[in-house]
Design a protein around this ligand. Structure first.
Ligand code: CA
Length: 300
């Protein structure tokens, strides 16, 4: 991979509710390089495209299946069959305690007729669009919470790898990147399950950035939080941690998360954020909720 890649984070999620087929179609039309799928298993072992193991912050589950929450008050994907999940209305992400949506300027909560879909359905959709447009846009699936799934008696990793193989994603040439936060599981995917896919080790905590050498024994890239790349700003110029240069020395690509035009924090504009990380820090791609802006930026 030579060119910097744009990864549509949960689809074009800055514009349409995350992980809906509509947000994936919009991202596809924006000419991204990859479209992301977060994966959780249903009760009947269907890989579902959804960010959390919970349902109550992106659907109307709490009004439809009131008596099926767990003791912690949450509704779990794993407690519902795919048929049941398909009856839910998907909406812009909100706080289930207050009912308020997280990003107030985004697509309004409760509007539209959005549904949950399976991983296989989304792959077929993207492959169908690749066929009809002559493009070759990749998929970037994430296995969510392998430990949780194991405790529920579920083999998410084996099922996801089987689905990928069913749709001919088996090697690094197949335009698919598989990601996971769980380092033990990602290593198992390479060493025990013998996957030849392009693997990206996601990094949540600062101290994990010290494990790059270990990650390089099984992964092809890392997905850190972008703030782990920023050190400090001196006289208007950013200085960076050694993360990107160390990763590159080990042959690891660097795809940080998540670039949001409506959550800039230390930057004054989205262009400044992209210029700083994509060009000055020399990352190889990034996850973004606003893929059109990153595609435009990289085309300039
Ligand atoms: Ca993800």
């Amino acid at each position: 991979m030579n060119k910097k890649v744009v990864i549509a984070h949960r689809g074009a999620s800055g514009y349409l509710p995350e992980h809906t087929m509509e947000s994936k179609a919009m991202a596809f039309a924006m000419n991204v390089d990859f479209i992301e799928q977060d994966l959780v298993l249903s009760k009947d072992d269907v890989p579902i495209v959804i960010h959390d193991i919970y349902l109550d912050d992106v659907t109307d589950i709490a009004t439809k299946y009131t008596n099926r929450k767990r003791e912690d008050g949450r509704y779990y994907v794993v407690d519902f069959t795919f048929e049941e999940l398909k009856t839910l209305q998907v909406t812009e992400r909100f706080n289930p305690k207050t009912g308020k949506q997280y990003f107030s300027s985004r697509f309004a909560k409760g509007i539209g007729d959005f549904k949950i879909h399976s991983f296989a359905e989304e792959i077929a959709f993207i492959q169908g669009l690749n066929q009809s447009t002559g493009k070759n846009i990749g998929i970037y699936p994430e296995i969510k919470e392998p430990k949780f799934h194991k405790n529920e008696g579920k083999k998410i990793t084996e099922i996801v790898l089987k689905t990928l193989a069913d749709y001919s994603y088996t090697s690094k040439e197949d335009n698919c990147i598989l990601q996971c936060f769980d380092a033990k599981e990602l290593k198992r995917i390479r060493k025990e399950l013998k996957s030849e896919l392009f693997l990206v080790q996601l990094i949540e905590f600062e101290e994990e950035t010290k494990n790059l050498k270990h990650f390089a024994t099984y992964a092809d890239g890392i997905g850190p939080w972008y703030k782990q790349i920023l050190d400090k700003k001196i006289a208007g110029k950013w200085e960076f941690t050694s993360l990107v240069t160390e990763a590159h020395k080990l042959g690891l690509q660097v795809h940080p998360y998540t670039f949001r035009a409506d959550k800039l924090d230390e930057f004054t504009s989205f262009d400044e954020l992209m210029q700083t990380l994509l060009i000055e820090a020399n990352i190889d791609g990034a996850f973004t909720d606003f893929p059109d802006l990153m595609v435009d930026f990289l085309n300039k």
